[in-house]
Design a protein. Structure first.
Length: 325
């Protein structure tokens, strides 16, 4: 037997070395990514704590300022007899609101990112159910009743009848087949209505102004919302910018749902919802459509007719004057 039979295979050795190098690199990469993930988790937790601390500090600063103003008003009332009654009232309001604000400061805040992730899963599930049932791609929001305000009705066919009493999730009556769901906007609407200083408006223009304030100022679900209302045509379009819950065209999105539920309850009639990407400054266009009052429609037609008649009479008079000349 020759010595060549015992010589090592160089190519096999090189292959083994490369495999070992790849394994070492893989292990190092795993260690690096694990360490990076831990650092990011710690940083995320720190930012959440810092955000909660800042919000609590903001609330408590406001409470201190209100209490300070109340104290100044109290001192002013003691020193100024002529304005004592008014200043005492202001002092009572300032001190009361300051104390309430301080002790009702939230101790826990949920970031919009967490809420958006929770909603995204629910929207995907509901959309999948509607798809599996072969439902028609139309979303109608019904006023409901005192116990169940704002119901999302998704019909099975384009030719449908509005359900008279949608008290179950799956509707099987002929002409009404589809699903009736609780909406994400119902709870928001209840909180919104509870904090209104005036009655919920029953006219589209005023109602649009109220719900925009609720979305932007109260719930902070959008950076800005610009309404465009045509009451005679039964349409209200909202240009939404800076949604806190991502894309608004998903199934029963909180922003679109809140707008539709508010209009359904405020106008006391079904609302057809349409959502589309916007062109220009806004991100999304949310359109609520309803059947306008016959009186408003006839008034609009009468106004148009009277305007047209007046124009015709003026043109006829001008023509007569020219003929006499």
């Amino acid at each position: 037997m020759s010595n060549a039979d015992y010589e090592p295979d160089d190519s096999s050795t090189e292959t083994d070395d490369r495999e070992q190098d790849r394994e070492r690199n893989r292990d190092q990469e795993i260690v690096r990514l694990t360490a990076r993930n831990e650092l990011l988790s710690e940083e995320n937790e720190r930012l959440r704590s810092e955000y909660a601390r800042a919000r609590r500090s903001q609330y408590r600063t406001s409470a201190t300022a209100l209490a300070g103003l109340g104290t100044l008003a109290l001192v002013g009332g003691l020193l100024l007899p002529d304005a004592r009654e008014t200043l005492f009232v202001l002092a009572a309001i300032g001190l009361f609101v300051g104390v309430v604000t301080y002790y009702l400061t939230p101790t826990q805040f949920v970031s919009a990112d967490v809420g958006e992730r929770v909603y995204a899963n629910l929207a995907a599930n509901e959309a999948a159910i509607a798809g599996e049932l072969g439902l028609y791609d139309q979303r109608l929001y019904l006023p409901g009743d005192e116990l169940r305000q704002g119901i999302l009705y998704v019909p099975q066919h384009p030719e449908f009848e509005l359900p008279a009493d949608p008290d179950t999730t799956f509707l099987t009556a002929r002409g009404e087949r589809g699903i009736a769901l609780e909406t994400t906007g119902s709870a928001l609407f209840e909180e919104f209505e509870r904090t209104l200083t005036a009655e919920l408006a029953s006219t589209p223009v005023t109602l649009a102004s109220q719900v925009v304030d609720g979305l932007v100022e109260q719930f902070e679900l959008a950076r800005s919302v610009d309404p465009d209302v045509d009451a005679e045509a039964g349409r209200a379009t909202f240009a939404v910018d800076g949604s806190a819950f991502g894309d608004v065209d998903r199934f029963d999105h909180p922003i679109a749902s809140f707008l539709a539920v508010s209009f359904a309850v405020g106008l006391d009639r079904p609302i057809t919802l349409e959502v589309a990407p916007a062109e220009g400054g806004a991100d999304w266009l949310v359109t609520c459509r309803w059947e306008p009052d016959s009186e408003s429609a006839s008034a609009g037609e009468q106004s148009s007719t009277e305007t047209g008649t007046g124009v015709s009479e003026e043109m006829g008079a001008e023509a007569a004057e020219e003929a006499e000349t």
